[in-house]
Ligand binder design. Structure first.
Ligand SMILES: [Fe+2]
Length: 400
């Protein structure tokens, strides 16, 4: 196995941390690069902020071995005690900053005081993450919409969910009822479990995934260029240690280093393909709405009908991204054969990633916080990497 180039910025910033811990970077041929950022690298200058934006936009995961957004101990204890007290939470708890509203809480199992306390904790968490990223991702200049924050107290391993809602199937994110109209979905996570890792798998770069699902006859030539762009995502390094690890691969020792890079292997530990599923038909590329469809959607939005029929709220871009999400989860062959790599996020760590382009799945873990940002695609440091730009290049037309 050869060695690819290490991400210079990541290594330089992580140097004090690496020196202290001995967790030196390893070079992987990995589906997605993971860039570890120690707290000693913060705050950073404008040039470094821009480099981090570039890494995110190239499909990287920015990983903080120690979260840069610590939660007050009292808040943490309260969150962890929710499940321990026997409260029945049927789904993720969602905080909606725009309306300062909390949902997903089983009110029958929560007192009014507990509900208000949880509301306060989530409001604080949302504001803290937003304040941190305003500096950390300064090149975006807050050109984002603060979307939902969520608390995920349910054990992910073994969850019994319908195929399209399963978290353990590799997918890219799309929201059925909240179209982004080309804005990017940036998610910031925090594993608050005191002892347990949160276990993900990540997959191939977005252009490659699109190339696997769209009709080849219409995209072969265009995808050739896009895939070449995406291939740059493979030339990166990952950091091992301090609770972050990659699994599911055959170790290959590197003489004299004490470390082992890994060769990706087929997943063996868990049946990821949904039962009874089969390879779906190829997806059609998005194409502009006809004047009649445009008029129908405008009417639906004006009359409130779009709230009842989510598809009427979607642009062609949103519709494609939703179909891609569903197709990935429903394609047993894809789930069995696509390149994937396991990533385990340490207790107390945080990470962020553009989840509408980086295929991911959650195999296990409990107690995680998350804040979503819908980032204007126009403020990307590399606008051509935005999925809307990729799709418009393929389609040869505007899709939002
Ligand atoms: Fe997801």
């Amino acid at each position: 196995m050869g060695s690819g180039p290490v991400s210079g910025a990541s290594v330089l910033l992580a140097f004090p941390y690496l020196l202290a811990t001995g967790n030196w970077p390893l070079v992987y041929h990995s589906p997605m690069p993971v860039h570890a950022i120690p707290l000693t690298a913060l705050p950073a200058g404008a040039g470094q902020s821009r480099a981090w934006c570039v890494q995110l936009e190239a499909g990287g995961i920015l990983y903080f071995p120690q979260t840069p957004v610590p939660i007050p101990a009292a808040d943490l204890d309260f969150l962890l005690s929710r499940q321990q007290s026997g409260s029945r939470l049927h789904k993720n708890i969602a905080y909606k900053p725009a309306g300062d509203a909390l949902s997903g809480v089983d009110r029958s199992a929560s007192s009014a005081e507990e509900f208000d306390r949880l509301h306060d904790v989530m409001r604080r968490y949302s504001a803290s993450v937003s304040a941190f990223l305003a500096d950390f991702l300064a090149p975006y200049r807050r050109r984002w919409q603060l979307d939902y924050a969520s608390y995920r107290p349910i054990e992910e391993e073994g969850r019994d969910l319908p195929t399209r809602r399963r978290n353990d199937l590799l997918h890219t994110d799309a929201f059925p009822t909240r179209p982004t109209r080309g804005a990017r979905i940036l998610r910031f996570f925090h594993n608050i479990h005191p002892t347990r890792t949160r276990d993900w798998v990540v997959g191939e770069p977005f252009p490659r995934v699109v190339g696997r699902f769209v009709q080849p006859s219409t995209t072969a030539a265009a995808l050739k260029g896009q895939t070449a762009t995406g291939s740059t995502m493979h030339t990166s390094a990952a950091l091992k240690g301090h609770g972050f690890s990659r699994a599911g691969h055959a170790p290959v020792a590197v003489k004299g280093t004490g470390f082992s890079p890994y060769i990706p292997q087929p997943q063996k530990t868990r049946a990821l393909a949904p039962e009874g599923s089969s390879t779906p038909h190829p997806l059609a590329l998005p194409h502009p709405d006809s004047p009649a469809v445009c008029a129908l959607k405008q009417l639906a939005r004006a009359t409130g009908l779009a709230a009842l029929i989510p598809r009427l709220k979607r642009t062609p871009y949103d519709d494609f991204m939703m179909r891609l999400h569903n197709a990935m989860k429903e394609d047993a062959e894809f789930q069995r054969t696509c390149a994937r790599e396991e990533v385990k996020f340490a207790p107390g760590s945080s990470w962020m990633v553009y989840t509408e382009t980086v295929p991911h799945a959650v195999l296990g873990g409990q107690y995680a916080l998350e804040q979503t940002f819908l980032v204007d695609a126009a403020v990307m440091v590399a606008p051509e990497s935005a999925p809307v730009a990729v799709l418009e290049k393929l389609a040869g037309a505007s899709v939002v």
